[in-house]
Each structure stands twice: as C-alpha cells, then as structure tokens.
Design a protein around this ligand. Structure first.
Ligand code: ADP
Ligand code: ADP
Ligand code: MG
Ligand code: MG
Length: 549
C-alpha cells in the first residue's frame, strides 16, 4: 500500500495498474489503451447546484462532457463501446441510472459553458446583441445581460471582447437557453472578484436549479462555496485516473477536501492538510528601517487610451508580501510596470533599493520564456531548481508536476502548464523583489497553495519582498501582510490606496462590492454571506465586511 489510505489501501499508489475490483465496478470511461480512466460521475440532482472540485487532469471536464451527452461513456471498453441499454443497466440502482435513461431518450437538453473559451471567439461572428438575441429562448436576455453587467457592450463584436468579457458573454449565452441541464466548466477564469460574484448570482438566479440539473466546476473555493449547495470531489492521479466522490454538503465537502480525507468513502486523498492560514495582522516584525521599494504619489495617463491612474504613496520592506486586489481594468498591471520601470514614470517617484527584480507577467505566451524547453528555463532560473535534494525542486518543481514535463517545449504547453512554468521560473530566480501578476490563473487549488507556500517561504526565510496581484481572495489572504486596494472605473480611471493591513484593505474592497464575509466556525476559512441573510445584515450594520472576530 501507499501509506496514504486510512483502511487497506485500495490502490497500489505507485503503479495504478492493479486497481481493486470494487473500483473497476464504477469505471465510467477510458479514452483508450493506457489512457486516462474515469471512475464514477457526479450525479446531477434537481433542487440545488452541484459543485465539482479537484485537481487539474482529474477528469472534471470529461465528467461534464459525458453528462452533457458529448461523450458516450464506454465503461472502459474503448474498442467495443456499449450501447445505451447496457450503459443504463450498468448504473442500475444509482442516481445516474435515471439520468442516463433520460439522456438516452433525448429528454436531457444540455447547455454547456466550456472550460476553454478562446475557440468561441473564432467561431462566433457578430455583436453581443445579435448573438444573445439569437440565442435567447426564454425572453430574458436583457435581464441576464444586465445582471452580468454587459449592457454597455451590446454593440461590441465578439472578436473584440477581452477574456473576462467573453467569459461573461458565454455564461449569459448558456443562461438564456431553455435547457434542463446546465453545465459551467470553470466560469470564473479571467474574472475579477466582483465579476465572479456576478456570475455566481446570475447562475443562481437564472438556471432554475429547483427544476433543472446544474453542475459547476470551479477552483476559486470562496466562489464555489457561494454558488453550490452540494459538492463532489474528484481525486486520483492527474492524467492517469480520477475518482468522483459521493456528494457532500458544500461546507462540509470543502472542509473535507482541504483536510484531505473523505469520511463517506473513508479515503485519504492527500497526505497532508491544505491550510489557508487566515491572519489579519502583520505576521511578524519586519525590519522597517530601510524600504526595499518606495513610491511617492504617482499620477499616470496612457496617451492613446486616456486611462488615468492615481496611486497613493507607499513602501515595502524585506520580509513582506504586499497583496494587490481590485477589479479588472483599473491599473494593477500598469502599477507593477511603473514600479519595475517597464513604463517610465514621469516623475522621479520610485525608489528601488533592490538589485534584482523577478517578474511573473500577467499575459503569458511562449515568448516570455528565454529558453526552448521546460528544463532549460528552470535551469537558467536557478542552478538548484532541478536538484532533487533542494527544497525548490521538492516544494515547487515536483509539487507543480513540472518534473514530469522537463523535455516539453514551451510552445507546446497548455495555458495551465505555461502558468506553472512561469510561476516556478519567477520564484526560482534569486532576486530581492518579486512581482507576480495573477499567478493563480488556470491553477487548481493545490497548485495555488503550493505557489502561495513558496511565496511565503521565500519572503519569510530569505527576507525577500513580493508584490502579488491576485483575484482569489483565499489565496490573497494567505500570502499577504498588507493590501493595496485598487478601485475606479474600469478602462477610464483607477485609484490605488497606500498599503494597509488586511482587515482594512478587505473591508474597503468588500464594502465597495457590497459583500460580507464570515469565518467558517470549523475550518476558519472565509465564506461569503448570502445577501440579505442575518449575518450579512448584521455585518453591514457594524461596517465589518470581512471576518468579524
Ligand atoms: P480536468 O477537467 O479535471 O482538468 P479532463 O477531464 O480535462 O481533466 O482530463 C482528464 C484526463 O483525460 C487528462 O489527463 C487529459 O489529458 C485526458 N483527456 C482529456 N480528453 C482526452 C481525449 N479526448 N483523449 C485522450 N485523453 C484525454
Ligand atoms: P488591470 O491590471 O487592473 O486589469 P491594466 O493596468 O492592465 O489594468 O489596464 C488599465 C487600463 O489601461 C485598461 O483600460 C487598459 O485598456 C489600459 N491600458 C493598458 N495598457 C495600455 C497601453 N499600453 N496603452 C493604452 N492603454 C493601456
Ligand atoms: Mg477541465
Ligand atoms: Mg492586470
């Protein structure tokens, strides 16, 4: 056994060739010989939204494609796939039996927001207005467009939408359809926290989950928690096999997932707990005698777009992480570019006493890497990045799975793989100051925590300084000592505060968003209050938007 499981280990965790018979009874799909295997499926239920959580490569998108009727499950028999009556018989006695019966009889009208949205940009020709009106089957397109704050973009061509705008358009296009099964595969990528809440509210309001099946895959735990009534965990070995758990209530399910143990199946899914340390004060004394980075009040304007940014003065010390939060389009990336000299600041307002600066840019492409392969990039970032005895290798390269793709060329990597490499390269470099612009985009929860831990370690143990732009508030709360809040009118003007303590910063952001967040009594993790709930109203009255004691 692997020593991970609580009872007799059902897998030989090193080689998964000998899976137990018990599990083989729920083999749902196999892509081909020696290819990925999916065990069990999320069983959609009416009356509530089902969330799906799990690692990248564990079979979440495969599950959605099967439930939506895009892939017919082959029960492992890829060379001689079974017919529907055999499939239905296979699921006899489980909730999936009635679902597949309906699917086989064309009684499921599935609508899917796919994980990857770039293809839609190429396929969809026309304006937001034309396409949403054409898609609309419920007569509700205006309400849905309003709820998602897309009304000002009605005349924009789909091809010209930003990633976040396209994401919201596709969510709208799914919700206007008159389906009875709605699937949202990672609907929050590219979105800021305000937009994530909008998407969550729109799905809850317009999917009619009382009568329809609604399933959502999402890595932002605070938002998934807010959207779902029940969740399933997909665990296993990424790329090799995935097992879908029994359904749990959302709160308990997320707590089990973080703990790494699923009680209903008596299964340990990870050898350690994923802990988001939640703290509100500065964690330790930093040497505040001499700042590594200091800026006076900055005013900057892009001539071509007219976008204006105003920044209050601030400084950063060795041993500190400054978190940067706020909506899209209000100048967060511009601010980092001003600090590191990529954009020249008109005034001599910025002092950097650090000799070396390491940057993880927001926009990734193979071009941001200096070398051709994963291995060469890691090597050039740090001579010990590939040394199996170094902590960098063990805590970063191995945990992100980069050790399994060392020979791959950067121009063949997927979005998530590029992000992992970019984060690893930026953190492996020896520098005094680290600028990380949206490091968690495309990463799963475990990869986010690996990244967050590494950032803390570099800052705490080596006395370095980091500035991190991040929309996942759980991760932001984990890594930051202080927060810079960006607010403003997206695309027109932005305004950045001086660095403030976490409670003050999050309070300011959440007040602007009209959202309150409480603490989970068991795990201590932050949970978004339902609007209008008792907690929500009490916290608003007291002005305590973020985690009152
Ligand atoms: P997730 O959505 O949880 O990240 P996916 O369901 O997309 O995972 O993929 C699970 C595994 O199945 C991955 O290893 C992926 O490479 C593999 N896979 C996905 N689609 C196919 C396919 N069409 N053919 C072969 N393998 C596939
Ligand atoms: P954020 O990182 O907060 O999403 P950015 O700093 O990327 O915001 O952009 C802020 C605004 O400035 C956006 O409206 C963007 O279109 C505009 N902008 C960004 N770069 C340029 C540029 N090089 N020239 C003109 N306008 C720009
Ligand atoms: Mg997926
Ligand atoms: Mg940005």
């Amino acid at each position: 056994g692997c020593g991970i499981c609580v009872k007799k280990c059902p897998f030989n965790a090193i080689s998964i060739v000998n899976l137990p018979d018990e599990l083989e009874k729920i083999l749902v799909h196999r892509y081909g010989e020696n290819m990925f295997k999916l065990y069990n499926l999320p069983a959609p239920r009416t009356g509530g939204i089902l969330g799906v959580i799990g690692r990248n490569g564990a079979g979440k998108s495969t599950s959605i494609k099967i439930l939506a009727g895009q892939i017919k499950p082959n029960l492992g028999n890829y060379s001689n796939p079974p017919e529907w009556d055999a499939i239905i018989r296979y699921f006899r006695g489980s909730e999936l039996q009635s679902y597949f019966t309906k699917l086989a009889n064309n009684e499921i009208k599935a609508v899917v927001k796919p994980q990857y949205i770039e293809a839609a940009r190429r396929v969809l020709k026309g304006s937001v207005r034309e396409l949403i009106m054409k898609a609309d089957e419920k007569g509700l397109w205006r309400d849905i467009i309003d709820e998602l704050n897309l009304s000002h973009l009605l005349d924009r061509k789909i091809s010209e939408l930003s990633g976040g705008e396209l994401q919201k358009f596709l969510v709208a296009a799914v919700l206007v359809k008159n389906g009875n099964a709605y699937f949202f595969d990672e609907p929050c990528s590219y979105l800021d926290i305000r937009e994530r809440i909008r998407v969550a509210s729109a799905i809850r309001e317009f999917s009619n989950y009382e009568k329809n099946y609604v399933v959502i895959v999402e890595h932002d735990l605070m938002v998934l928690d807010y959207m779902s009534d029940n969740i399933v965990v997909v665990y296993g070995e990424p790329g090799v096999y995935g097992v879908v758990s029994k359904p749990y209530g959302t709160r308990a399910g997320i707590n089990h997932y973080l703990k790494g143990y699923l009680p209903a199946e008596n299964m340990r899914i990870r050898d350690e707990e994923l802990r988001f340390r939640i703290h509100m004060q500065e964690r330790r004394d930093v040497a505040t005698t001499y700042p590594v980075l200091k800026w006076d009040a900055i005013e900057y304007r892009y001539e071509s777009s007219g976008f204006k940014l105003r920044v209050e003065p601030g400084e950063a010390y060795a041993g500190e992480v400054l978190g940067i939060v706020g909506p899209n389009g209000v100048g967060k990336t511009t601010f980092l570019k001003l600090l590191n000299g990529e954009i020249e600041s008109p005034e001599k307002a910025i002092l950097i006493s650090a000799e070396k600066v390491s940057v993880k840019p927001q926009e990734l492409s193979p071009k941001v890497f200096s070398e051709e392969t994963v291995m060469a990039n890691l090597k050039s970032a740090s001579p010990v990045a590939l040394d199996p005895s170094s902590w960098l290798y063990n805590e970063l390269v191995r945990k992100l799975g980069l050790n399994k793709m060392l020979d791959r060329r950067v121009d063949e990597l997927s979005g998530g793989e590029l992000q992992k490499l970019a984060v690893a390269v930026a953190l492996a470099r020896d520098a005094d100051l680290y600028f990380l612009d949206e490091p968690s985009a495309y990463l799963d929860v475990e990869e986010r925590i690996t990244t967050a831990k590494t950032i803390r370690r570099i800052v705490e143990e080596k006395g370095k300084t980091a500035l991190v732009v991040e929309h996942d508030l759980l991760m932001q709360n984990y890594i930051s000592d202080k927060i810079i809040v960006f607010l403003g009118k997206p695309g027109i003007e932005g305004y950045a505060s001086s660095p403030v303590d976490i409670r003050t910063g999050f309070n300011r952001l959440l007040k602007e968003l009209d959202i309150t967040v409480r603490r989970d009594s068991e795990s201590g993790r932050p949970r978004i209050n339902k609007p209008g709930s008792v907690m929500d109203r009490e916290q608003k009255t007291r002005g305590e938007y973020y985690l009152p004691d």
